[in-house]
Design a protein around this ligand. Structure first.
Ligand SMILES: Cc1cc2nc3c(=O)[nH]c(=O)nc-3n(C[C@H](O)[C@H](O)[C@H](O)COP(=O)(O)OP(=O)(O)OC[C@H]3O[C@@H](n4cnc5c(N)ncnc54)[C@H](O)[C@@H]3O)c2cc1C
Length: 456
């Protein structure tokens, strides 16, 4: 029997956390953070490192790590996942390269803090490996290696089919892109550890407390009002639920399945001794990991977007999504065909209209936010937290000058255009993948799909 939802498999692995108390009525703080995922918690962490006597209140609608931070694929990559050129408006190539370098530094920084603070997140240093299994994917892979090296990601390189198959035996592999210096984590262990550290440093995390309105100096919640000179909104994929923010970031769905632990003879057939975080170059790509205990996870979009920015029910995925993920599992890892699927779950991540992450802060109102990471938030949230901390403290640093700071973008269209655009895009990406699987170069359908929803 496959367990569905229950937030994520990662909590089945470690157990749900002991609930913290809700807000006990109106309160005064220096800084109020809305949302206790990686973004909110990293912001609090660095704020308290800089100024230990700050009174920080984090309000969280369910529990710390309830959102994507407790459900993701555990890829801690530091990769630059957005369109470099879109950050050039008002900035320079050198500025974008500085952001690429800052992103690259996040993996070491997360590992450093985990080590220093005693956070056991199953963090394992490894490579990212993205396989190409069709000629079109191979062409895309080669272009990606050139593009990322151009922008300064020196740890990115291509390897041939033989070397790739020696690492992980994915049938039909024609080559792979390797990114060195990344890490695999158990995401819920990371976010739970971070919450404990932040709390021990003096922050208050008020759980089961939903912010219903944010205004300069005031966060109104269903349990009382928090007054604070700075307010940091860290609600990523859930942002559309807040009044005034319904069309800021679209909640894009991502889903995963995990097998039962695989026996040694199956692992011998697959290989994967290096525990690389592994994905493919399909237009509707997948992301996989080999877990601490020898399970195999497969993640992909499934149903990409629900009408009117609706959000899943505690991570419960639909049957069609599970079928699609199982098809990917069987295609890439035929040796695991007989494996039971122990758990399936999903979550939402935030996507801005231009598919580019941003950190915002307005000194006039004292309100800031970070997110729109488009599926690369495990590492990015760390950089965002450091940057938000500097901004909220009024500091001008190398981080506050990066091009994603106060990067402006227009709102998503009203429904039904939003639904049509994103659903249309993924239909075209899937059609492109089917066409590419029959041979030939990259299908133009994917480019049309990207254009349709503004991904470019
Ligand atoms: C299935 C899945 C797989 C992913 N895989 C990867 C991966 O492998 N690598 C990677 O880099 N990224 C991945 N991502 C993206 C990454 O997980 C997110 O970008 C990142 O966790 C965002 O962190 P966050 O703190 O900004 O948001 P979240 O973790 O979503 O936290 C937001 C918090 O705000 C709370 N909240 C929302 N609204 C309110 C309110 N009104 N009042 C109070 N609290 C509120 C929520 O309950 C939640 O706890 C994945 C995402 C998903 C969904």
């Amino acid at each position: 029997m496959t367990t569905l939802g229950k937030v994520s498999f990662w909590y089945e692995d470690i157990g749900l956390p002991v609930p913290r108390a809700p807000l006990a009525g109106d309160i005064q703080a220096d800084i109020c953070i809305v949302g206790a995922g990686y973004t909110g918690l990293w912001s609090a962490y660095y704020l308290l490192k800089a100024q230990p006597d700050l009174r920080i209140v984090i309000v969280e609608q369910r529990f710390a790590g309830f959102g994507a931070s407790g459900r993701n694929g555990g890829w801690l990559t530091g990769g630059f996942a957005w369109n470099h050129r879109r950050y050039l408006a008002g900035n320079t190539e050198a500025g974008v390269r500085a952001m690429v370098q800052a992103m690259g530094g996040t993996v070491d920084e997360v590992a450093r803090v985990c080590e220093m603070e005693g956070i056991d997140a199953d963090l394992l240093r490894t490579d990212e490996m993205m396989v190409a299994t069709t000629p079109a994917q191979l062409a895309r892979m080669q272009a990606e290696v050139v593009r990322r090296r151009h922008w300064g990601e020196a740890a990115v390189r291509a390897i041939g089919a033989g070397e790739a198959m020696d690492r992980v035996a994915v049938p039909g592999t024609l080559g792979a892109m390797i990114v060195g210096g990344v890490a695999r984590v158990q995401p819920a262990k990371l976010v739970q550890g971070l919450a404990r550290v932040v709390e021990a440093a003096g922050a208050t995390i008020a759980e089961a407390t939903t912010a219903t309105a944010i205004a300069p100096g005031v966060v109104t919640t269903d349990r009382g009002v928090v007054r604070a000179r700075s307010i940091l909104r860290a609600t990523e994929g859930f942002t559309a639920r807040l009044p005034g923010h319904r069309r800021d970031w679209l909640p894009l769905n991502s889903a995963q399945i995990v097998t039962a632990p695989l026996p040694a003879d199956i692992w011998r057939k697959i290989g994967w001794e290096g525990h690389e975080i592994l994905g493919d170059f399909a237009n509707a790509y997948c992301y996989c990991q080999r877990t601490r205990e020898g399970r195999l996870t497969v993640g992909a979009r499934g149903i990409p977007y629900r009408y009117a920015s609706a959000i899943d029910d505690d991570g419960t995925p639909d049957v069609e999504t599970i079928r699609r993920l199982t098809t990917i599992l069987h295609r890439h890892f035929p040796a695991a065909r007989g494996a039971a699927i122990d758990h399936a779950w999903c979550g939402v991540l935030g996507v801005p209209r231009d598919w580019c992450a941003a950190v915002n802060f307005d000194p006039a109102t004292g309100i800031g936010s970070a997110g729109g990471y488009v599926g690369v938030g495990v590492s990015t949230a760390n950089l965002a937290g450091r940057t938000l901390a500097d901004l909220a403290l009024g500091r001008t640093t190398a981080l506050t000058g990066l091009p994603w700071v106060n990067h402006r973008v227009r709102a998503w269209e009203p429904e039904p255009l939003r639904w049509l655009g994103v659903r249309g895009m993924y239909a075209l990406l899937n059609a492109a993948d089917a066409r590419e699987a029959r041979g030939g170069g990259p299908s133009r359908l994917a480019a049309i799909g990207g254009w349709l929803a503004g991904r470019g």
